[in-house]
Design a protein around this ligand. Structure first.
Ligand code: SAM
Length: 260
């Protein structure tokens, strides 16, 4: 099966083959936040940025009525092949008329250009008493990787073309946004999660650094990625375990008050 690259509204580059082949760990490591969601039978749940639907399917397996929202038409198609209902859309736009019991999201919030808008949308789409349960990149996430990537871009003479697509907030910043929208924050934690990269650092850069490098020609991207790997070898390449990225996650559970 061949897929072309897609550019969803958020200006990212997602290739389903890359994503499924090299980023299966994203959904695999999202199991902890699924436990925090604790979906119950017949609950109406929205999965924001559901990607290929691997985690959405686990929510469906708990007999919840789950809908995915995903801006990449190609990832949405892969999720539909799993029998899932998926709305193609961007989380910055209102989510529609349904009042959900819960809104869930894994590894998506750090891609948002306006997180406050999306948090407002989530509040509006939850029934009073409904919950928002999210895991995302948090403060300091992949700091070594991005520092090396920037240095490699600078060495290649294209520092001014770096586009940082990510928002990695601290618990204090994200709590403030949630409370501004009217949420009551039940739990918010930041934790370090060193993450083995099965497809190596090169596979990770191919899948996730596209948004940094997308304006550059292919051969320049190649030089930058090779230099980034070289710079990271002494800090993130373990002789026994291979490449391990410096992931930091932010996980939270917030509730729309029953009278809110
Ligand atoms: C790293 S993937 C995670 C996919 C899935 N949640 C998982 O855990 O496997 C990030 C997903 O967020 C989606 N995404 C990015 N920006 C978005 C936005 N503005 N609105 C909705 N989804 C978005 C991407 O298209 C992609 O599918």
């Amino acid at each position: 099966m061949t897929h072309s690259r897609t550019r969803p509204a958020a200006g990212q580059v997602w290739n389903p083959e890359d994503y499924i082949g090299k980023a299966g760990f994203v959904a695999e490591l999202g199991r902890g936040v699924l436990d925090l969601l604790a979906p119950r039978p017949d609950e109406h749940i929205l999965d924001l940025g559901c990607g290929d639907g691997a985690l959405t399917q686990r929510i469906a397996a708990a007999s919840a009525v789950v809908t995915g929202l995903e801006p990449s038409a190609e990832l949405a198609a892969v999720a539909r092949q799993r029998g899932l209902r998926v709305i193609e859309g961007d989380a910055h736009d209102p989510f529609g008329q349904v009042q959900y019991d819960a809104i869930f999201s894994n590894a998506m919030f750090h891609w948002l250009r306006d997180p406050q808008q999306v948090i407002r949308n989530a509040f509006a789409a939850l029934r009073p008493g409904g919950r928002l349960v999210v895991e995302q990149g948090g403060f300091g996430n992949v700091a070594a990787v991005t520092t090396a990537l920037r240095a490699a871009m600078e060495a290649a003479g294209c520092a001014d073309q770096a586009r940082n697509p990510w928002d990695f907030p601290s618990p204090t910043t994200q709590r403030k946004r949630l409370e501004t929208a009217g949420f009551q924050v039940e739990e918010i934690i930041l934790f370090s999660r060193p993450t083995p990269l099965e497809a190596g650092m090169r596979g990770w850069l191919d899948t996730f650094a596209g948004a940094f490098l997308q304006d550059l020609p292919g051969d320049v991207q190649h030089v930058i990625k090779t230099d980034t790997e070289r710079r990271l070898t002494s800090s993130l390449l373990d002789p026994e375990e291979g490449w391990i990225a410096d992931y930091v996650r932010l996980r939270f559970h917030a509730v729309r008050p029953a009278d809110g």
